[in-house]
Design a protein around this ligand. Structure first.
Ligand code: UD1
Length: 441
């Protein structure tokens, strides 16, 4: 073990350039972070295409390697994973606690080994993010689950999980996917009621089915899983990222540019397209692309975030940044998380006028934003600050960009291709030297 000085990075953005051109969307983060752990359950080699190159997928692949999987990149977005020889052992905790999606290791390891020990999940912090519905699901499948000292311990009572009927008290993407994972190799039939319906849930089900699982009804609120004895190897391509696409759509609209967003499934973007059209933005849909043309003046809109097919909570911060520029008063109601407006404080530093009361933000739009030093409070909040910076007068410096790199592949490179004046600058933070020292083990 040794110590080193951590090199910090920030994005420096000179505002005022409208985005123009074409951008290619990467594979969906929230599908990839479940499909990579799902590969643990496959008795054979699986080849996964369209893996986004982001730090969350890097960390999960490192965790699989640590558990004994053979992981080989065939090209930058295609990875071959062979978990045939993986035997049960504890997963590396330091990595697991950094990402929210490490909770999928509970379902995958329980399904394959009948046991799992993981850390409580990390990831973006927007209020309390409990995993009680995951635990309820695993318990119903016949696991003893306990949480002690920041770890989750799960063990199948008789060494194997058994199908069960599970009603989720809250529509949860993570709990739905985790239960699907665990149930895929359980004995008998599992029915999840009040399931989440996000596109990445369908993608996980399609991945598992292509490896021999029997998952039906994904994308509806009732998912039925008939457990199978084993999963075999195969090939699968992950769907394009709905939120990455939505972020570029909002960036094009906010900067008043014109961008063709390629490699998307327009149906997954309908809720975002509809709201952008209300602002006066033109959105044209093609087979696997959307063209976004910014309006000369943006109109106010109200937004309420909801589980799919509602307006995605992950698009709330980027839209919040855009609505600071729209004429009139917009109201955003956050319907998924208790505390997802921390980024508003950062927008205020740039001149935004916003009142927040609990889950409601009232934005007095039509203000000019001015460049300022701001922080990326979390992944999507970071994207919102970059959008605000591209629309502001002057220079914006966004710190804590490691959050952004958790979920956007080559964000700065793609924006530069579209004409944005943005660069990555290394810096050291003199105010708190202890934060610059990191432990390497
Ligand atoms: C996933 C996404 C995240 C997105 C969110 C909602 C991943 C890795 N992350 O997160 O980007 O913002 O869906 O679309 O896919 N809840 C409980 N108990 C639980 C589980 C959740 O009370 O056991 C609550 C949460 O606190 C939240 C709501 O349910 O208020 C929805 O959370 P959930 O859908 O589970 O989000 P994640 O799967 O964590």
């Amino acid at each position: 073990m040794y110590w080193k000085v951590q090199v910090l990075e920030k994005y420096v953005i000179k505002g005022g350039t409208a985005l123009h051109g074409e951008v290619e969307i990467s594979g969906a983060k929230n599908a990839a972070v479940a499909i990579i752990p799902a590969a643990l359950m496959v008795d054979g080699v699986c080849c996964i295409e369209n893996i986004p190159q982001i730090s969350d997928t890097d960390m999960l692949l490192t965790i699989l390697r640590d558990l004994g999987a053979k992981v080989r990149f065939l090209n930058k977005s295609t990875v071959e994973i062979d978990c045939t020889k993986v035997r049960y052992q504890d997963a590396p905790y330091e990595l697991m606690r950094k990402i929210r999606a490490s909770y999928y290791l509970i379902g995958a390891m329980l399904g394959r080994f009948g046991s799992a020990k993981t850390t409580m999940p990390g990831g973006c912090n927007f209020g309390v993010r409990p995993i009680d519905q995951h635990i309820k699901g695993m318990t119903a499948l016949g696991a003893d689950v306990s949480v002690k000292n920041g770890f989750v311990y799960a063990d199948a009572r008789d060494g194997k999980l058994h199908g069960a009927r599970i009603y989720l008290d809250k529509v949860s993407v993570g709990a739905t996917m985790n239960i699907i994972l665990a149930a895929a190799l359980a004995q008998g039939r599992t029915i999840i009621e009040n399931a989440a319906r996000e596109p990445h849930i369908v993608d996980l089900a399609n991945f598992l089915n292509s490896m021999g699982a029997d998952v039906r009804g994904a994308g509806t609120d009732t998912v039925k899983i008939n457990g199978v004895d084993k999963l075999h190897g195969g090939s699968y391509a992950i769907i394009p990222d709905q939120i990455e696409a939505g972020t570029y759509m909002v960036a094009a609209a906010a900067t008043g540019g014109e961008v063709l967003i390629k490699n998307v499934i327009p149906r997954h973007l309908e809720c975002i397209s509809a709201k952008l059209r209300e602002t006066g933005t033109i959105v044209q849909e093609y087979e696997d692309s959307v063209l976004v043309k910014g309006a000369s003046t943006l109109r106010r809109v109200n937004i309420k975030t909801l589980p799919y097919p509602g307006f995605p909570t992950d698009m709330q911060p980027p839209m919040g940044a855009l609505l600071c520029l729209a004429n009139g008063t917009s109201v955003i109601t956050e319907g998924v998380y208790d505390n997802r407006f921390k980024y508003i404080n950062e927008l205020r530093k740039m001149g935004a006028e916003v009142q927040v009361d609990g889950r409601v933000a009232v934005i007095e739009g039509g203000r000019r934003l001015t460049g300022a030093p701001v922080q990326a409070c979390d992944l999507r909040a970071g994207a919102a600050m970059v959008i605000a910076g591209m629309c502001a007068v002057g220079t914006t410096e966004v710190e804590d960009v490691h959050y952004i790199e958790r979920g956007y592949e080559n964000f700065v490179g793609k924006l530069r291709e579209l004409g944005a004046d943005i660069e990555i600058v290394n810096f050291s933070d003199d105010s708190d030297p202890s934060e610059k020292i990191v432990m390497i083990s």
